[in-house]
Design a protein around this ligand. Structure first.
Ligand SMILES: C[S@@+](CC[C@H](N)C(=O)[O-])C[C@H]1O[C@@H](n2cnc3c(N)ncnc32)[C@H](O)[C@@H]1O
Length: 388
């Protein structure tokens, strides 16, 4: 039987100039179709009356796209906001039903539909939804044929790769916060290890505040950029973080601070299958390297709100959270997992911040600003070692 799965919500997107516009969104599959009320009405009756609504023609709109192509912190809602950009379709009944099935607004077999929420088997697998990493990798490789490293750098950093783009939520939240945070936490001569430093922008930020920073990353491509842009006080080395013995070169009790941003998540949900990196090995290394009384700082995408769709009016956002403890789409661990793994290695949580964008961002992206001001997209947790 053809039904509208209970995973579908309907949102009004009518405007003064465009009446009768609805979005049907499958919040689990993250798929959408634009509808007129005649289609909305048909959907309400289809389970009881397979002929409901007649033969058409029916108006609906193609609105779905992979919105995170614009950036990992871009609007993740995956439908075109501007109704003027909606692609209008005038369809027969059979064509309409097929279109709605393509976007999971209608399904024939609910059991088969639910089985689709599994990891992708390979790059060509379109049957299974997979998690965000897999969806993003598939989109970049097949639809865009873009080099992921180059894409990651462009969506986060300025053209010269020296700083974080201020026109993104990375700039408005992460970088802006760290500018102020490092001023209070970094003092002249401190020793800092930036684990998963990537292109070293935050290592440089900390070195400018007087720290001696060792930036470590397993990616030679990122490290080449980091070395090219290194400021005095930094040093960058390739080490396979999370593998046994990988950080042995770093002496015990040698760092005042260990800093990780957007890197710890990969130790909970591997970036690619079969990854060797292990969270326990990593945390034991962190504990060993840190001086007694030192600080382990972890700044990560928020375990609840990161990559959740931005719904509602621009200045009155809401969110539909479809998973938290058992993630099939999400790539960030629940807060308790993250904290427990670290505290079980001999640390105590001493502070936690949920970070919101700077006010300047309201003019750049009002929707992103209001959403992220209500639902934080990053948190920072401070851990200090304790001796048992
Ligand atoms: C999202 S980037 C963040 C880079 C940098 N900390 C920043 O905030 O700009 C994640 C970094 O972690 C590194 N990394 C470390 N361990 C990793 C792992 N097990 N899986 C994937 N990436 C890992 C990657 O090479 C990459 O440079």
């Amino acid at each position: 039987m053809t039904i509208v799965p209970k995973d579908v919500i309907f949102l009004s997107e009518s405007t003064e100039s465009c009446a009768d516009r609805w979005v049907a969104m499958n919040v689990f599959a993250r798929t959408s179709v634009g509808l007129s009320s005649e289609v909305f009405e048909l959907l309400g009756r289809i389970a009881n009356d397979p002929e409901a609504g007649g033969e058409g023609p029916f108006h609906c709109w193609r609105i779905e796209y992979f919105s995170n192509e614009a950036g990992l912190l871009a609007d993740p809602s995956r439908f075109r906001r501007n109704v003027d950009e909606w692609e209008e379709l005038c369809l027969t009944r059979a064509e309409l039903i097929a279109e709605l099935k393509t976007h999971c607004i209608l399904v024939d077999d609910e059991t088969a539909y639910r089985k689709r929420f599994k990891p992708k088997r390979n790059l060509l697998d379109r049957e299974h939804f997979g998690n965000f990493h897999q969806q993003h990798g598939q989109h970049m490789a097949l639809a865009r044929r873009k080099d992921p490293t180059d894409w990651w750098m462009r969506q986060k950093f300025t053209e010269d790769q020296l700083s974080v783009r201020p026109d993104t939520l990375y700039g408005a939240i992460q970088s802006k916060f760290l500018e102020a945070y490092t001023e209070t936490r970094i003092s002249e001569g401190m020793t800092v290890v930036d684990l998963g430093c990537g292109t070293g922008v935050y290592s440089n930020m900390m070195a400018r505040r007087g720290a001696n920073v060792l930036g470590i990353d397993p990616s030679e491509e990122y490290l080449n950029v980091a070395r090219a842009n290194a400021v005095p006080g930094t040093r960058f080395e390739n080490m396979k973080i999370g593998e046994v013995g990988a950080l042995d070169k770093i002496p015990a009790s040698s760092a005042d601070m260990i800093f990780m941003s957007d890197a710890l998540l990969f130790y909970f949900v591997p970036f690619y299958p079969g990854q060797n990196a292990d969270i326990h090995t990593l945390l034991k290394d962190i504990r060993r390297i840190l001086k007694p009384g030192g600080l382990f700082v972890s700044m990560e995408p928020h375990g609840v709100f990161y990559l959740m769709p931005w719904l509602g009016a621009v200045d009155r956002p809401f969110v539909v959270v479809t998973e938290y403890l058992n993630k099939s789409f999400g790539i960030v661990p629940p807060l308790s997992w993250l904290i427990q793994q670290v505290t079980r290695t001999g640390f105590a949580v001493t502070d936690m911040r949920e970070i919101v964008p700077g006010d300047y961002f309201e003019k750049i992206d009002p929707r992103g600003y209001h959403f992220a001001s209500e639902f934080p997209l990053w948190h920072l947790i401070e851990f200090r070692p304790f001796s048992s």
